[in-house]
Design a protein around this ligand. Structure first.
Ligand code: NAD
Ligand code: MG
Length: 397
């Protein structure tokens, strides 16, 4: 029987790749709901092609969407709006699978709603897990949601772990013979830049990733290595281990997507061409495998290299590791400050090296404490955004 899918963030890079996979399996999946924040014309084309039952847009885009749908004679689609609309579709009784592909903290409440509704949740929106770590993981257990990693590294680790790893209760130590997770990083477009060169890089250069084609925010995060920092935190929560069991490895070719080491000396790696359709298809169908258009890896045409990340030139990675060590609200504060700083960098208000500086400043200014409830997390997210914005103003004048 066909499964119903909700794609949160359908107009984004992950949203589009998800549609590509669904196109290849029309009898197995149907699009029930989609959401977007902007690009309403593109959204209307998606509505025309996939005929979802429900579409969610922000309230200031409802009229625009209505007008376009009417002009194209597209009928029978319910339009919901804002965060309430996102939460309603993410937890809708008629949906089986939720692709969480909104970028940033805006995805937290809808993703958590999907988890609490016990869905199969395909997690691309790493910021949601970074912010709410224990709460999200506990909710997945309590409500029997299947939280599957779409982030290529975490999907790779998941594939290399023993089969029942996600189900076991861990006490922050690796279990079942696992000794270490090796999280690979491409190093981004500025891997070999000097500190002086980094001072002058532009948003356009930062968004030009050597191996992956992605949204703007994650592209900048990849360039600062904050993406790897967020992924380190993501891995600790998903696989329930302390941060010192996760080693970051720079692997510029992005052919190995991550590795798992075992106590017997084995290292298992998951490899493939860098295309998000592979981890999306894996999470969608797991434990089955379904076809994608991604060609098999031509193993003869690649050389694989590995190096230790340079946290002096890329301090964001160090800041994220420290935030995970501190625990509590620190990861949420780090994430909020980073979102503000990346946006300011994209608008050319601050320089590239100011991004980790804003994050560092914010972590020092906002009080840490236990992340005991969603309310507390959202409050410190707000405070961190305010402090980071003030720092951006100071740096840009
Ligand atoms: P993107 O910018 O291409 O798309 C983001 C989507 O979220 C769009 O549909 C947009 O309309 C929607 N959105 C943006 N702001 C919103 C808001 N305030 N409220 C509701 N919706 C909003 O981003 P992306 O590259 O597809 O990344 C999505 C998520 O997946 C991010 O968390 C990213 O870290 C993660 N991820 C992406 C990739 C990748 O290859 N692109 C890989 C791994 C993980
Ligand atoms: Mg990744």
């Amino acid at each position: 029987m066909s499964q119903t899918v909700c794609i949160l963030g359908v107009t984004g890079s992950i949203g589009q790749s998800t549609l590509k996979i669904l196109d290849q399996h029309p009898h197995d999946y149907s699009v029930f709901a989609v959401t977007a924040y902007s690009r309403i014309e593109e959204l209307s084309e998606i509505c025309k092609q996939y005929k979802p039952k429900i579409v969610v847009v922000p309230s200031h885009k409802v009229d625009e969407l209505n007008t376009i749908l009417k002009s194209k004679n597209i009928t029978g689609i319910e339009i919901l709006q804002g965060e309430d609309g996102l939460i309603a579709v993410a937890s809708h009784a008629e949906i089986d699978i939720v692709m969480a592909a909104i970028v940033g903290g805006a995805g937290l409440l809808p993703t958590l709603a999907a988890v609490k509704a016990g869905k199969r949740v395909l997690l691309a929106n790493k910021e949601a897990l970074v912010m709410s770590g224990e709460i999200m993981m506990q909710a997945a257990k309590d409500y029997k949601a299947l939280l599957l990693p779409v982030d290529s590294e975490h999907n790779a680790i998941f594939q290399c772990l023993p089969q029942n790893y996600l189900q076991i209760e861990t006490n922050k130590e690796p279990q079942l013979g696992v000794s270490q997770l090796l999280l690979t990083a491409s190093g981004g477009p500025f891997l070999n830049h000097s500190l002086e060169d980094l001072r002058h890089v532009t948003p356009a250069q930062a968004c030009k990733h050597p191996n992956w084609s992605m949204g703007q925010k994650i592209s900048v995060d990849s360039a600062t290595l904050m993406n790897k920092g967020l992924e380190l935190i993501e891995a600790c929560h998903l696989f329930s281990i302390q941060e010192h069991f996760v080693t970051v490895v720079v692997h510029p070719q992005s052919i190995i997507h991550s590795m798992v080491q075992y106590v017997d000396g084995s290292t298992l790696a998951q490899m493939g061409n860098p295309d998000m359709c592979t981890p999306i298809a894996h999470a969608l169908a797991w434990p089955k495998r379904i076809g994608t258009h991604v060609p098999a890896l031509d193993i003869f045409s690649h050389q694989l290299n590995f190096q230790v990340p340079d946290v002096e030139r890329f301090p964001a990675l160090k800041l994220a590791r420290q935030a995970m060590q501190s625990g509590g609200l620190a990861p949420a504060i780090l994430n909020a400050a980073n979102e503000v700083a990346v946006e300011a960098f994209l608008k050319e208000k601050i320089g590239f090296l100011d991004i980790p500086a804003v994050v560092d400043h914010t972590l020092n200014q906002v009080e840490n404490g236990p992340a005991e409830s969603l309310e507390v997390i959202l409050k410190s997210d707000q405070i961190a955004r305010l402090i980071a914005s003030q720092r951006v103003v100071q740096l840009s004048t």
